[in-house]
Design a protein around this ligand. Sequence first.
Ligand code: SF4
Ligand code: SF4
Length: 116
Amino acid sequence: MSLPRFGTIVSVGELIAFSWQLSIIDTSEWDTPSMALKIIDTCINCDACPAECPNDAIAMGSMIYEIDHARCTECVGHYDEPQCVTVCPVECIVKDPAHEESQEQLQAKFERLQAA
Ligand code: SF4
Ligand code: SF4
């Protein structure tokens, strides 16, 4: 009799501990933050993305196409999703953690580019 009861108490304790752990997890970290994008070296230079960029942020670099982070707004202000990512056939355009920006900063960048 005592073993099943003990087992039940342990299980409830574990459940409480698990619930507590859930309550202290910062779920905001699960959301991908906004940031400029970059092209990684698996780019095949297919030439599909530059014409899609509304900010003229993509140009040929020394080996592959590159994104000017100062001009990339993740397409904020123009489209709901990054246009370069939608056309890239090899999924080589990724977020650039070195240039993390808030949605407000991306919007401000868009407005600066429009005014220039
Ligand atoms: S995410 Fe948009 S603004 Fe940034 S490089 Fe791609 S197409 Fe251009
Ligand atoms: S669409 Fe992708 S593979 Fe093609 S040039 Fe752009 S980054 Fe490179």
